[in-house]
Design a protein. Sequence first.
Length: 200
Amino acid sequence: MEIVLATSNKGKVKEIQALFEEDHVIPFSDILGPLEIEENGTTFAENARIKAETIFKKLGRDDVIVISDDSGITVPALNNEPGIYSARYAGEGATDKQNLNKLLQRLKEKGLKESPAYYTAAIAIFAPGAEYVMHGWMFGKVIDEPRGDGGFGYDPMFIPEGFDQTLGELDPAIKRELSHRSKALALAKPIIEMLRSLKR
Ligand code: IMP
């Protein structure tokens, strides 16, 4: 069984491949080329499911397990922005940098130097006859001045609970241990093992 990722986000692909170490995990774009998937769900879980199902159906194979990740950052003091709109916060097709700048600007508008925030990841798994969705969260705060250039997306402005540095500054190994994505994937891993061991 091949594991195919229903994402071409380089940051996610790198983190997910690092967690699967010995396994061969490839982004769908290596097989199918570039493809826009419309994420019109109202929750992280729905969007994760849409992505995994779309790629599973496009591949049309019974020897693959497709994994998707839908994730984002939520700031309760900003009416839960950007949430599921994290990737398009500064508009459709916005870059990570533009989205980060928009969140910095929104904090400044509200006069907030920092504010509690959390990341959510929904991981969906699609395989022949099987579908699952699981979640992971990472709590902390966002600050109004980005620091460091590690990680991706909103990481330079996010400080995880129990730390003083942003995810842009911290060693990637710390993020691997703490992250929303790692927690959801820890739940996904035994399911993937089980699906791989099934004789169909
Ligand atoms: P998606 O690809 O539609 O799931 O959008 C994910 C959005 O959330 C992107 O804007 C990412 O930059 C952001 N995001 C998700 N996970 C992380 C993370 O671990 N660090 C930083 N930003 C993240």
